[in-house]
Design a protein around this ligand. Structure first.
Ligand code: ADP
Ligand code: MG
Length: 614
């Protein structure tokens, strides 16, 4: 029966073999990214081969030149031949220099274009992920994927694509020449290759673990940095600068620790393999010496063998370094490829176009939903709701009841776990998600603008051919934004800063409303568009919203807490604990005497007009 330690050994080998397989597959997969660059890559290989050939040719011409000035039997010099070969030598030398410049440039062009391609593809993969993906992933980590992880994955390809080829050639040639010169010495010398390879392999896999840890630590650091930068006002207000710096440095310290260990591991492996290497040199000398004394080998041959052994050893060590750096880079590659391979559940390419004359009627049938991050919390528990085309439906109810979640479902940010949603009786899944979302205009509680100009923010997402500057002004005028925009020094070219931080909340909301006016969508979603505002700006935004609802002739779903806004809706739905508790017109519901009636009573009493705070 196998002992425990034998089992452990076997298990360990199993894991290590598996690791080797994945390393090789990451390696070849990273290399396969060079496929689009194949023509250029082949050209660079050709240039490299020519360079090698001209390097090998040069010593021959040197020999020929010398031969021409050595007098022949008749004591004659071949001066013409001498001059000729000097010219040839110069020509080959110049060609060789030019070739080396061009092939190096070509290789670096290939690797740069690969990095460019990897970054772009990865950013595309990230942006097309489902909204649910972003609920569970911090943006700092994603930035790290695009930067640190890609760098680590591509680093060996970038620095050593060309030496991979030249060293492989040199290794093959060197091994062949060693065996050709003395198979006995070769057999002896190559015995040490095994342990050296094993040691480097051991180190490389360990290093991969460390680099994995390093990348995670960097990602964590990026996440800390991006969060404290995007909430810099909160950090300042709470005076937590030092604490944030501490958290950031803690993450980086973890990376430092892993890096230091990696350096020690590298040094130790180098030292050990160096001993093995030097030991082999001594062994060759010793055994070679014995062979020479036995008359089985000439001194010249021993010297030649040693020269080729060194040549081969050099190439081999360079290749070993390459393999090690590739193994290490697998730590980056596995992160990059796992994102590369993750396809969104809501496939943007699936479905039919929205090519009919959209009326904008929506129906939710028995919709159930829980967020992936909190599966125990059934947020929507069988929502049945008809939103008739061209009508206004108000959602009211206590905070946390699921109103925003319904708005998210209408935009197909998430697919229901059960039940269906349809637009003009076409099920959502049958439609191209992009075209579906284009039917909507949204104003939510916090509008975060892009760090662009006001005009660019209003026209965001539209093609320049789809609107004129006059349209933008008109939209802003209707959204009651034109006046405050014109009061700014740069007018529509005013840059609003990150997240629109340079303008007030009320102004941001009116820009969001101008966006909707410019797009004229069939369906408008208003999720507590005024609730984050003070009394004064609330009035301006409310006026703009009223104009929007009246003029756009669209289906409107509005989540509001102002009784005056809700009252006029065609239908009011009270959302309680993920269910439609009551629905009907204002008068219906007041007559019913249920939750809505109580809310109205309470708000009237408090004279605050705030429904969902009751
Ligand atoms: P409302 O808009 O009516 O105030 P929401 O739809 O925002 O309610 O939230 C409903 C429930 O879903 C709440 O319990 C909330 O904590 C939870 N929730 C909202 N968004 C998420 C999310 N992204 N991940 C997990 N739970 C969420
Ligand atoms: Mg909400």
């Amino acid at each position: 029966a196998a002992t425990v330690s034998e089992n452990m050994l076997r298990g360990d080998r199993g894991v290590r073999e598996e690791a080797a397989v994945t390393n090789v597959s990451y390696f070849s997969r990273s290399l396969s990214l060079a496929r689009p660059e194949l023509p250029l890559l082949l050209l660079s290989f050709l240039l490299l081969a020519l360079y090698c050939a001209s390097s090998l040719a040069l010593p021959n011409f040197q020999g020929l030149i010398i031969d021409k000035v050595v007098p022949d039997d008749a004591g004659e010099y071949d001066e013409a031949g001498f001059r000729f070969y000097v010219k040839i030598y110069l020509a080959v030398m110049l060609t060789q220099g030019a070739l080396s410049t061009v092939y190096q440039a070509a290789f670096s062009l290939v690797s740069r274009r690969m990095v460019f391609h990897v970054r772009n593809t990865l950013f595309r993969k990230i942006l097309w992920q489902d909204v649910a993906f972003f609920d569970g992933t911090e943006s700092g980590h994603l930035i790290s994927r695009l930067t640190n992880d890609v760098n680590m994955m591509m680093q060996p390809i970038q620095t050593s694509l060309s030496s991979l080829l030249s060293n492989t050639l040199m290794l093959a040639g060197g091994v062949a020449m060693c065996f050709y010169n003395s198979y006995r010495l070769s057999m002896l010398a190559f015995v040490t290759v095994g342990p050296i390879m094993y040691l480097w392999d051991l180190y490389a896999n360990w290093s991969k673990q460390l680099n994995r840890r390093m990348l995670s630590a960097w990602a964590e650091g990026n996440s800390v940095a991006s969060q404290s930068l995007s909430h810099i006002r909160t950090v300042k207000a709470f005076g937590t600068e030092e604490r944030e710096i501490g958290t950031y440095s803690e993450a980086n310290k973890e990376a430092l620790r892993a890096g230091v260990r990696d350096a020690w591991g590298n040094g130790l492996t180098s030292a050990l393999t160096n001993y093995l290497d030097l030991g082999t040199g001594v062994l060759i000398l010793f055994y070679g010496g014995l062979l020479v004394m036995d008359g089985k080998m000439s001194v010249g041959r021993l010297v030649t063998f040693q020269l080729f052994w060194n040549m081969m050893n050099n190439a081999y060590q360079n290749l070993q370094g390459l393999v090690t750096s590739f193994t290490r880079s697998a730590a980056g590659a596995e992160k990059v490829f796992s994102l590369w391979d993750s396809a969104p559940d809501i496939d943007p390419s699936v479905g039919n176009g929205v090519d009919w004359d959209v009326e904008g009627g929506i129906e939710l049938k028995n919709v159930k939903y829980f967020y992936q991050m909190r599966p125990d919390n059934l947020v929507l528990d069988g929502i049945n709701l008809k939103i008739p085309a061209g009508k206004t439906v108000a959602l009211v109810g206590r905070s946390g009841g699921g109103k925003t979640t319904i708005v998210n479902m209408l935009l197909r940010f998430y697919d229901p776990k059960e039940g269906t949603i349809s637009l003009d009786s076409f099920p959502y899944e049958s439609l191209k998600v992009h075209e579906l979302r284009r039917q909507f205009g949204v104003v939510s509680q916090d509008t975060e603008l892009f760090a662009k100009t006001i005009a660019e923010n209003i026209a965001y997402g539209l093609d320049p051919s789809e609107y004129t500057m006059e349209d933008v002004h008109e939209a802003a005028r209707r959204a009651q934004a034109h006046d405050f925009i014109m009061e700014m020094k740069d007018g529509y070219s005013t840059r609003v800063g990150e997240r629109g931080g340079r303008i007030s909340g009320g102004q941001r909301q009116r820009i969001a409303i101008a966006r909707v006016f410019l797009r004229k969508p069939k369906i408008i979603l208003l999720d507590e568009a005024t609730s984050a505002l003070d009394e004064n700006s609330q009035q301006a935004v409310q006026d703009a919203l009223n104009t929007l609802i009246k003029e756009c002739n669209a289906t409107v779903v509005l989540v509001a807490h102002r009784l005056s806004t809700v009252m006029n809706a065609h239908k009011i739905a009270v959302i309680e604990k993920g269910k439609v508790a009551e629905q009907g017109s204002h008068d219906d519901l007041v007559r019913l005497g249920g939750i809505y009636a109580k809310l109205v009573e309470k708000t009237n009493k408090k004279k605050e007009n705030a429904l969902n705070q009751a």
